[in-house]
Ligand binder design. Sequence first.
Ligand SMILES: *[C@@H]1O[C@H](CO)[C@@H](O)[C@H](O)[C@H]1NC(C)=O
Ligand SMILES: *[C@@H]1O[C@H](CO)[C@@H](O)[C@H](O)[C@H]1NC(C)=O
Ligand SMILES: *[C@@H]1O[C@H](CO)[C@@H](O)[C@H](O)[C@H]1NC(C)=O
Ligand SMILES: *[C@@H]1O[C@H](CO)[C@@H](O)[C@H](O)[C@H]1NC(C)=O
Ligand SMILES: *[C@@H]1O[C@H](CO)[C@@H](O)[C@H](O)[C@H]1NC(C)=O
Ligand SMILES: *[C@@H]1O[C@H](CO)[C@@H](O)[C@H](O)[C@H]1NC(C)=O
Length: 628
Amino acid sequence: MASSETVCCICALFFGGIFCTLIWTVTAKHTFQIDYENNCFKKDGESFRYISGSIHYSRVPRYYWKDRILKMYMLGLNAVHTYVPWNFHEVMPKKFVFDGDKDLEHFLQLANSTGLLVILRPGPFIDAEWDMGGLPAWILKKSNVVLRSSDPDYLAAVDQWMNVLLPKIRPFLYNNGGPIISLQLEDEYGSYFACDYDYLRHLVKLFRYHLGDEVILFSTDASSIHAVKCGTVDGLYATVDFGPTENITACFEVQRHFEPKGPLVNSELYTGWLDHWGEKHQVVATSIVTKALDTVLGLGANVNLYMLIGGTDFGYWNGANTPYAAQPTSYDYDAPLSEAGDLTDKYFAIRDVIRKLSALSEMLDVMCPSGPVKSVYPLNFVQLNQYFGFVLYRTSLPKDCSNPTSLSSPLNGVHDRAYITVDGVPQGVLERDKVLSINITGKAKATLDILVENQGRISVGRYINECKGLITNLTLGKDFLTGWTMYPLDIDEAVSRGLKEKSRKPSMSSRSSAFTAPAFYIGSFDIPSGIPDLPQDTFINFPDWAKGQIWINGFNLGRYWPARGPQITLYVPRHILSTSAPNNITVLELEKSPCDVKPCVVEFVDTPVLNATVSNIFPGRKLFVGLY
Ligand SMILES: *[C@@H]1O[C@H](CO)[C@@H](O)[C@H](O)[C@H]1NC(C)=O
Ligand SMILES: *[C@@H]1O[C@H](CO)[C@@H](O)[C@H](O)[C@H]1NC(C)=O
Ligand SMILES: *[C@@H]1O[C@H](CO)[C@@H](O)[C@H](O)[C@H]1NC(C)=O
Ligand SMILES: *[C@@H]1O[C@H](CO)[C@@H](O)[C@H](O)[C@H]1NC(C)=O
Ligand SMILES: *[C@@H]1O[C@H](CO)[C@@H](O)[C@H](O)[C@H]1NC(C)=O
Ligand SMILES: *[C@@H]1O[C@H](CO)[C@@H](O)[C@H](O)[C@H]1NC(C)=O
């Protein structure tokens, strides 16, 4: 332990720059790839899953682009899908329009500055219930032209267009610092009669020529073997699309037939449906959409909600289907944002589904590389090959608990503390010997997450052989809870590999202000180099934090629990601190974070506090003891 003099010295310096404000980490290197080993995408080296929504900029006035994009961001999406209609831009051969409502680059900039990634679908054919599927009608002047094939006249027109479009796109690629993570070539090509692989190969070559080798190019087809067969070639990652009433397992099996490894992707999960003049208006019930979304996300798949906002076929832009039936002017699509951009019940219901993924559970794929274990009754830590730390026990509510319903451990089998959320909403804490029952609320089938902490094994006496985890059944009301999925968490490994902000700050939605859902908070601080005797030992203080675990530069400093006391500060030995690189702090707060209402900081102090008044507080009451 350093002398009190040197400890003072370091703290004085820390107070110069002082509190370590927890800043969300920003990654410098821009890469976006397919991770075939882990069946996901990889963004800046970290596993990544997108939840995106379709907006066609050609169906929304530029005046409203920012508003609609912001509403998509607020929904919890991390990407937008958009088509580029060729005929919207090349209005006559070689006459290109990219201004006003056709200013694609401005649209991409808005998405980027809002923090949304972009999945671009530049065709050349797009369908989209858009006039001629986006192909320009002037192309038919060559009367024998075979559209969407390697017909030389058709290809010449495609090349002429792409030679203008793709150079505009290039600066917006993710690896060039922009938002575009992938591009779809053609659209459901496998459902077209031509089945011309040379045409698809020509497109791949053309796109690679302009955009380089790094960006992901993909195809999208209806989810049947027959449809995908003619829709994809080497060099395109095959994805599928399907509606919410399809057999989702079977649909993804089709994708797996063509892509045995890599991320599962539904490029169009239909939130509603299209209309025709003279036919009944199409609607799809919200519950059908949210159920499908929940299932797709539960499989770890990537998904695009088609449409998120449908918009309007202003002017003459509507398409038609065969036998001839033209689409009306409104492309409302019964989408979560109405044609006029209003938030609907569907919007809020989808937001709730996405929110469920926030906080700890969003990171499960990183935290639980071994994958979950399923069992009717709960297994304990040893049975799960987990010896320290945390296991997440997950099941769903077997019945409606809109009225507060007791979640209990009648045999005192929570070893030792359990942090409980329902659909991501914090409910409270069960604690060995102290709190054996709490009331929870939630709808039937809502996800019940119980993060169980091993607080340390008995080290002397008859009970040194105790088990950790849920060692007896829990009850909800009068019934045993069953059907558990258990995630043994290797948090230390994930922290030392460097947790990245997933997509956004965890949502702090909380019915009960006494708790926040368990979540990680990441920040960094610098220690100036070149000053003799720095760094030195110090102590870390947790203003307004409640209970959790903290790591600095991957070193697990231990548990903090100022809400209980008597220890308030944790000892930080100097050898883990660095003057040559930013020091990384990871806080796993289990009960109540200050970050939604107060400064999100921890603090370095020169004097340890090991003797605070002990607080015998329990859930529901004020959580804090005086620190100063
Ligand atoms: C996208 O946004 C990032 C961060 O806000 C910025 O650094 C980058 O220059 C933007 N890229 C484009 C192409 O606008
Ligand atoms: C869905 O498809 C899977 C895989 O093909 C099949 O095992 C399952 O029985 C199907 N479910 C229904 C409800 O048809
Ligand atoms: C749970 O709710 C019931 C009914 O509202 C109430 O009587 C009971 O005291 C509550 N139990 C706890 C542990 O809060
Ligand atoms: C849970 O209850 C079932 C049925 O009574 C029993 O077989 C099982 O051993 C119990 N599990 C635990 C962990 O207590
Ligand atoms: C903190 O994390 C960053 C980014 O991962 C890394 O470059 C840096 O070396 C880390 N700092 C220390 C002291 O390990
Ligand atoms: C803790 O110890 C400090 C220093 O010895 C003392 O000033 C303080 O009064 C003590 N606090 C309590 C709550 O006992």
